[in-house]
Ligand binder design. Structure first.
Ligand code: NAD
Length: 325
């Protein structure tokens, strides 16, 4: 399998929650001109649009994808364009079309053009109600009940198939909920763990859409970005998995998160009014066993709940004082 270097990188979904930060980290590491950011409908953050090549691309349009890959001599794709769990339940047809056709197009371009490597994140949404909920193993039952989860299981299988059948170097990991303060999340079930910080800083109140005792695995964005880059830079020969590594950083209930914020903002009040996203959250693990990622490519998270909370509040309070929220 290829040990060729990653030289010219395309990031799809580059204006999304993860893409907007991963793009900047990749430009820092590989050079601004070598990282092409592809946006779609989400407005581009200024730094992503202005610090290097920027294009608009619908990943379901194979021809348009081919043209971008050709124009910029792309050898590596970080494929982040997707429709997430909550939006996917409201528009299952769009989730299927974008998540499956988009990934298929990316994998076919990688196969036919012999690209060096492809990153396609999966999600803890591959697990379902019948999966063990505590310390969910790497190898376990994948029976999701959401369209998003179904596309992620199929995406993992497809990625692994392209490795075995065609020798394409496809790598992916099952992100837990990602918490960050730069770009708002795009319609997932763990969005409450981000929105709670914004509302705590702005209003001192938040109405949470899952129950207080809902525990889910989470990760702070600097760890999520580092995980993607470390997996993509790992020696292929050390990888015992391909498109489906379990990873996690922390697990906490919505109530524990609210109390952690109250340590810094004592008058913060959080109410709990579950909506349709509660059922999605209830179908997912409470904690995840990521020991295979730790052994294979040295995965270690840096942020736990207290450290993440301090960093989130500092960043958002600064922006609030500057009138940017
Ligand atoms: P996001 O919704 O913030 O960003 C996805 C981007 O894809 C959006 O900016 C959207 O405009 C774009 N997009 C949608 N349809 C498109 C199309 N047809 N063509 C091109 N672009 C299109 O999502 P994110 O949180 O940045 O997620 C990135 C990846 O990580 C996804 O594969 C997602 O499933 C995975 N993931 C995210 C989380 C999380 O908590 N954020 C957790 C697990 C997995």
């Amino acid at each position: 399998m290829s040990s060729r270097p990653m030289r010219n990188i395309l990031v799809t979904g580059a204006c999304g929650q993860i893409g907007s930060e991963l793009t900047m980290a990749l430009r820092e590491r590989y050079g601004n001109e070598h990282v092409v950011a592809a946006g779609h409908r989400t407005p581009p953050p200024d730094d992503v649009r202005d610090s290097g090549p920027f294009v608009y691309l619908d990943v379901t349009d194979r021809q348009a994808l081919e043209e971008v890959v050709e124009q910029f001599q792309i050898d590596t794709i970080f494929h982040l364009a997707a429709v997430l769990s909550a939006v996917g339940e409201q528009k299952p047809d769009v989730a299927w079309r974008v998540n499956m056709n988009g990934l298929y197009n990316v994998l076919e371009v990688a196969r036919t053009r012999s690209l060096t490597r492809v990153f396609c994140p999966s999600s803890m949404a591959v697990f379902g109600p019948s999966t063990p909920k505590e310390n969910t193993p790497q190898e376990t039952i994948l029976s999701p009940t959401t369209m998003y989860g179904i596309t992620k299981v199929a995406g993992e299988l497809l990625g692994n198939y392209y490795v075995q059948k065609f020798g394409v170097d496809v790598r992916g990991l099952r992100y837990p909920g990602i918490i960050s303060h730069k770009t708002p999340p795009g319609g997932g079930t763990t969005d409450y763990a981000v929105a709670i910080f914004y509302d705590a800083v702005k209003y001192r109140r938040y109405t949470c859409f899952v129950r207080e005792d809902t525990v889910l695995p989470m990760m702070y964005m600097p760890d999520a970005v580092r995980a993607a880059i470390e997996l993509m830079e790992a020696d292929f020969r050390r990888l015992t998995r391909h498109a489906d590594y379990n990873i996690t950083a922390m697990s906490f209930s919505a109530g524990e998160l609210a109390r952690e914020i109250q340590k810094h903002i004592p008058d913060f009040v959080c109410e709990f009014q579950p909506d349709f996203r509660q059922a999605i959250a209830d179908s997912w693990p409470r904690s995840i066993d990521d020991s295979v990622a730790r052994t294979d490519w040295g995965w270690r998270p840096a942020y736990d709940l207290p450290a993440m909370t301090v960093d989130m509040l500092n960043a958002l309070q600064t922006r609030y004082q500057q009138g940017q929220l």
